[in-house]
Structures are given as C-alpha cells and as structure tokens.
Design a protein around this ligand. Structure first.
Ligand code: IPE
Ligand code: IPE
Ligand code: MG
Length: 237
C-alpha cells in the first residue's frame, strides 16, 4: 500500500458548466463558483501536508470556446489573483503559473505576475496553476529547447534520456503527481500532464468542481492510501 500522503496532487477541475446549467445559471456562474472549490482544495492540501498541488484551470483547447466564455474565465483568474493574494501569502502558498502565457491578454498577464511575485517563497504548499496549458504543447516545447541546445553544442543529443527530458518540462524538478483527481465523472485525460502522469493513481469523482470540498480531497487521499503502487514490479508480500 502507498500509505503516506501524496506529495503531489493534480486536479482536472471539471463540471462548472453542468453545475451552472442544473441551476438555470449561465456557465460563467459555474466558473465563479469554482473559485470556492479552489480555496477549499488549497486549504485541504495544506492541512493534509501535500507538498505540491497542480490545478488545471484552462487548456490549450479551451481557446476554442466562445469568446465570451474565455473572457469570463480570464476574469475569474484576475479576480482570484486579486482576492486570494493575502490568504495565500498568510497560508504560505507559493503560486506558479504554467502554460503558454503569451496568449493571455495584458491584464491577465499582469494578474499572473502579481500573484507569482507576491507569493514567492511560501513554504507550506507549492500551487501550480496551469493556464493556456496543453501537455502535447509542453512536450513539443521541451523537445524544441533541447534541440536548440544540441544545435548550439551545449548538450550531446546522446545524453537525452527521461531524466534530462523531464527537466525541460514546465514542471522541471518537481516530483510527478502521485494522485490525479478529475471531477464531474469524466474518464479522460484531456491533454493534461501526459509525461508526468505515467504512474499517477487516478481518482474520478462525479462531484462537479464547484461542489468539491476539502472533505472530497481527503476522501481521494484516503482512497489513494489504500492503493498498491507497483511501478511495474511484482506485489510486495
Ligand atoms: C471546467 O468546467 C472549467 C474549464 C474547463 C475551463 P467546464 O467549463 O468544462 O464545465 P463542463 O464540463 O462544461 O460542465
Ligand atoms: C479539461 O476540461 C480542461 C480543464 C479542466 C481546464 P474540459 O472540459 O476542457 O475537457 P473535455 O473537453 O471535456 O475533454
Ligand atoms: Mg468540461
């Protein structure tokens, strides 16, 4: 059995739209309500002793949604960066934002740099927010960077192995997620951390993201603790 607390928990926060629709509300009301679940999950992760929490907030493919919804999602991001800043600093949460940030508008880029700069050095929890993120894009970018270094004679292509490749990913030296949670009952990965999830334990809950609480996080962690992680080896007796 895995026993301990997962060092790294990653979450595909899904179901905001369906949460809103069931209440006869516009989709953006679901996104706004989702902030509450982010707060819950951050507090739960701190309480449980998780070291790294990664939240998938906006995918490369989400750029294909209607303009008005993209705008609403970016406004939620801006609001989060502003309203949560003090609480995050107080809780010792260091925020990093990973993804193709050059695609964000100036206002959101400023919100992102603000929250990153003001939480730097927090020691309780590292919170990765994945925005404008796609795993295939991340892997292609890593390959591009390594190819450039090889072309410039900085590295020998023969030395590129999984250990060096991982350092070229956005998540660099971080441990891989031990536990992947997806809300809203969808059984798919949706272009999320394809490299890093190689041996993650998966936990899928029907709960829509805006309803997700710290108790749901603890339930996922308890479930994880009952798993036997074999990493391709035979079971320990
Ligand atoms: C998750 O909720 C938020 C993002 C993907 C940005 P959705 O907006 O995907 O909600 P559903 O899946 O339509 O219910
Ligand atoms: C995945 O959810 C992306 C995020 C949670 C940010 P989606 O709702 O975009 O995924 P699909 O389209 O159902 O696969
Ligand atoms: Mg969805």
């Amino acid at each position: 059995m895995s026993g301990g607390v997962p060092r790294h928990v990653a979450v595909i926060m899904d179901g905001n739209g369906r949460w809103a629709r069931e209440r006869g509300l516009p989709r953006h009301a679901g996104h706004l309500e989702g902030m509450k679940a982010v707060r819950e999950t951050v507090a739960g992760a701190c309480a449980a002793g998780v070291e790294v929490l990664t939240l998938f907030a906006f995918s490369t493919e989400n750029w294909k949604r209607p303009k008005t919804e993209i705008q609403a999602l970016m406004e939620v991001l801006d609001t989060f960066a502003e309203s949560e800043r003090h609480a995050l600093i107080r809780e010792g949460v260091e925020v990093r934002v990973l993804g193709e940030l050059e695609r964000l508008n100036e206002r959101s880029r400023a919100a992102v740099s603000g929250i990153v700069a003001s939480t730097r050095g927090g020691e309780t929890l590292l919170l990765n927010l994945l925005i404008s993120y796609g795993a295939r894009e991340e892997i292609a970018r890593a390959a591009r960077n390594l190819a450039r270094q090889a072309r410039d004679g900085l590295i020998d292509p023969e030395t590129i192995d999984p250990a060096t490749f991982r350092t070229a990913l956005y998540t660099g030296g971080l441990p891989d997620p031990d536990l992947l949670i997806r809300t809203s009952g969808e059984y798919r990965i949706s272009n999320f951390m394809l490299w890093q999830l190689a041996y993650a334990e998966m936990y899928i809950t029907p709960v829509y993201w805006p309803d997700f609480t710290r108790e749901d996080l603890f339930a996922a962690i308890l479930d994880y603790q009952r798993r036997e992680r074999r990493f391709g080896r035979v079971a320990a007796h």
